[in-house]
Design a protein around this ligand. Sequence first.
Ligand code: AGP
Length: 603
Amino acid sequence: MCGIVGVVGKSARDIILNGLTNLEYRGYDSAGIYLNDQNGHEYLTKAVGRISNLKEKLTPDEQGLVGIGHTRWATHGKPTVDNAHPHFDETKRFYLVHNGVIENYAELKKKYLQGVKFHSDTDTEAVVQLVGKIARDKNLDGFSAFKEALKLVKGSYAFLLIDNTEPDHVFIAKNKSPMMLGIGDGFNIIASDAISVLDQTKTFVDLQDGDVGDITKDSYTIETVDGKKVDREPHVLNIDPNAASKGAYEFYMLKEIDEQPGVMRHISQDYLDENNGTKVDPKIVDAVAQSDRIYILAAGTSYHAGLVGKQLFEKYSDVPVEVGLASEFGYHFPKLSKKPFFIFLSQSGETADSRVVLKQVNERHLPSLTMTNVEGSTLSREATYTMLLEAGPEIAVASTKAYTAQIAVQAVLAKAVGEKKGVQEAKDFNLKHQLALAAEGMQQLVDGKEHIDDLAKKYLADTRNAFYIGRGIDYAVALEGALKLKEVSYIQTEGFAAAELKHGTIALIEKDTPVIALINDPATADLTRGNIREVEARGANVMVFAGKKFAQEGDDVVLPDIDYCLSPLLTIIPAQLLAYYASKNKGLDVDKPRNLAKSVTVE
Ligand code: AGP
């Protein structure tokens, strides 16, 4: 999960640095930039840490009309200057940046690069050294040597390569890692995603796996590694550049939490008509309606949204649902039903663990749908069908509005399929009204954020651990609340089925252990109150987030009324805010937590 930017035909330095800053959410443990002024001067600068450290190291004369840059999330080799990209071959002719993982780099080094002097521990360096060696041994131009090398490389990659003997070209190659080619006026630009360079152009070319390209300031050629020309047409992306900016917010995470009422309204407008009729591609509805089991595959927060989706589809579409962790499912396929339908939930649409499953689903010629927030993303393009979350760019590493959007869009599909099958609950499901309630309830909860900040200060300032507990659908929310808190505040937090705690884990409860209890489930509300008493008896500090129907005097947050299966849309809001304030109050970088990246494109 690294970020890459390349420019040819325009003063490249600031464009690359700005693009990398916009891509820092993808990885930020080291960074580097190569610039060439196409007049015999070239510059290579690298730094550990954030892009700001790289900017400080650059001198004013380091400029160029062609350049490549990289912000790294380390996979092979510690975050050091030597391991930072761009990497170069031993003759310092070729410079390469890479996002992905080269699976056979050790084999390449052993088989083709004996005696070559390496300067890093990275897998990437093996590729650029291979390009250099092939170019020298076979007396080839840069692009030809690059294509020859790619025939030997196995793994995922988005490569940008510069040959300093031809500094008016950037050579590119894509396989499994995201890359977009932007078409400018008198220049061209390549980046990991379109949003990061929207200030330069809105015209892009969707690159596919297996594409290799030769980019100049006013042309682009896309081929296969065997040199077969491939036609890739440019198109205009209508994304609002302002949507991807922080505005008055200190952190994207709070901005994106606050945007959730608007996202609910947007989804309602996009997917429901004024009479509560669903607006979903009939081909998708028919395909799901014909299935005898839905398999929802995802990772992290999206997996937690899938757990809520299970309740929605089973109630409103009357179809059994299995929710799986993509990383497990991908290598241990269960015995499938006779007519399975696969739904992939992925904010980024680039998660490698999910792509492994989709590849096998496609190989088995089974129908699939990707629900994603990124138009044109890999999971979106490779699935049979796609539905967009319409949540607007989500920049903070911790996913918030994409989670609630995934729940809302699953509810739309569940209703549409149920109506197709004549399920009475679906016909009675006034989703238009429920999403309006969700928007209003969310607004009320985000307006009460100061209270959540007080809870964070009171209960989470000095703790090393915490628990979320809930039953029924609240158990799914407890898992998501726990993930939010731990990933941005580094407080070891577990989400637990409330009754399960007493089967061993309650041994961890001691004086002042924070426990957040969620109560929306009519069938078990009283039982959860009993579980609260059990942990209080052992010294826990309990915060209660309860639906209005179940709220009692002293509860910390009362959640507005909403359909039970949609209650996670509201319960998660105080949990998101609690995580935000716990992190902010500790002085952490809420948007870019340590060790994480926004799009996990490695397995
Ligand atoms: C969410 O807060 C996490 N950053 C992470 O778990 C994320 O949900 C997961 O990596 C899946 O990403 P995706 O939705 O883009 O597939």
